[in-house]
Design a protein around this ligand. Sequence first.
Ligand code: FES
Length: 165
Amino acid sequence: MNDWTFICRVDDIPVLGARRVRRPAGTDVAIFRTEDDRVFALLDRCPHKGGPLSQGIVFGEHVACPLHNWAISLVDGEARAPDIGCATRFAVRVEAGVVSLLGSELATLGIDKAALAGVDPATARGMTATLSSNPRASSPSDANPCPSSCAQSQDPRVATPIFSV
Ligand code: FES
């Protein structure tokens, strides 16, 4: 199912920079723009100790975590060797300068049941993603799922959707 959700325009993201997409529950999503205007999205939580990747330094196809300088691939979320770990990756669509993410992924990836426990389902269905550039520390209670290709893979999905698309 293609439930692409408008997030922002490419120009809303600084070149070699990032913005955060706030969600009603769970860790924000960091969206990055490379020097050649490609856009990637990762859970805004470093696989090392949870640093906010949206505040890291983008270089090439990587972001350097602001806490301990791990290099995380924007393409697949994997930490560059010798470090081991991965950040959850979100699919991105860019068409005519418009950035979209999948609503189904925004509603499920990187959200654990504890985070959803405080969200009223009726209220959550009316919420949408909002773009923010203000820093926020990630919550240690959030899940840190990895893509299935990652050695640290966990089940990233929960049953309850929090977005209506
Ligand atoms: S928290 Fe990101 S490198 Fe340590």
